[in-house]
Write a protein that binds this ligand. Structure first.
Ligand code: DON
Length: 299
């Protein structure tokens, strides 16, 4: 099935552009394609560049939300909403009108608030966050890419504007620069499709507990995280992704998408060329073909 998916998406080769607004990502090989599907009963299926690490970018927001939910519980939702935004991931518009409460944790504004919460909750948040992700994917060599994080900070005027607006509305406690650096550091983590699919398996299989000490989510919290992935994981393309694919998922401008089919599997796909909304062209198509040809989606 995955080989068939891989063959079919080749018709989109060359469509879209890599995320060159992050200078260090502009040089990535645009025509890579990899996919890994891991079932809850322990089978792995891989095709293409499934073992090649790439910048997970906004997919990191799922791990940050898991940690914040574990630490804060329902109190988290006083600082950030859980409604789809219908606007771009880096939009400032709603944040001004809604007085510094981001619509959801998966737009940049929401994830900057998550970064602030982690900074105030852990002595060494960089270390704790990385340890959590390493534990989830079972690989201790997964790491931040400082070059990517720094290059984004140098040109990240929009994120800086969002962070300042949050600070103005008192929804950021820490120093703005510290929050920006930690947020970008989380985005810079590099993982392969194989590692991402493993890290997302606990969201698919409610019986698998998050292994890392201190980060425990109840089954109900996992259900709620999946709901937010479904409604907010693709920004202003969340409706389109639900329509085409029908799985809870999260995308990143590195060209990755991680999705889950509850109680069955986690799947991660990577292809760097993005559409106008910042989502992987081939990645979306691959998941659309997968759920359509298997007739399996949450709908
Ligand atoms: O803050 C940014 O703009 C990037 N570090 C992450 C954005 C992203 O991945 C949006 N995803 N589709």
């Amino acid at each position: 099935m995955l080989e068939n998916v891989c063959r079919q998406v080749q018709s989109l080769a060359g469509v879209g552009h890599v995320a060159d607004y992050i200078p260090a990502l502009a040089n990535v090989d645009a025509d890579r394609f990899g996919i890994c599907l891991r079932t809850v009963d322990g089978n792995d299926y891989v095709v293409g560049d499934s073992a090649v690490r790439f910048s997970i970018q906004s997919i990191s927001k799922v791990f940050a939300l898991a940690m914040c939910l574990a630490v804060k519980g329902e109190a988290l939702w006083t600082r950030v909403g859980k409604e789809p935004s219908g606007t771009a991931f880096n939009s400032l518009v709603q944040l001004e009108v809604e007085r510094g409460i981001p619509r959801n944790p998966f737009i940049n504004a929401g994830a900057l608030v998550l970064a602030d919460i982690l900074l105030t909750s852990f002595d060494d948040p960089e270390k704790e966050f990385l340890a959590f992700v390493r534990e989830l994917c079972g690989n201790n060599t997964v790491d931040y890419n400082d070059k990517v994080a720094l290059s984004e900070r140098e040109t990240g005027y929009l994120n800086a504007a969002i962070a300042n607006l949050l600070k103005y509305h008192r929804n950021i406690e820490c120093d703005v620069e510290r929050v920006l650096r930690f947020y970008l550091q989380m985005c810079s983590i590099e993982m392969s499709c194989e590692e991402l699919a493993k890290a997302f398996l606990p969201f698919a299989d409610h019986n698998v507990q998050f292994a890392h000490a201190g980060i425990e989510l109840t089954r109900s919290q996992i259900k709620r995280m999946n709901a937010i992935m479904q409604t907010c994981g693709f920004y202003d393309e969340a409706g389109e992704f639900s329509y085409l694919v029908g799985l809870p998922a999260k995308s990143g401008v590195g060209g990755g998408i991680a999705a889950i089919y509850p109680h069955r599997y986690a799947v991660a796909v990577w292809s760097p060329r993005l559409n106008g909304k910042g989502n992987s062209v081939m990645g979306m198509k691959a998941l659309e073909i997968l759920t359509t040809e298997t007739s399996e989606s949450i709908f």
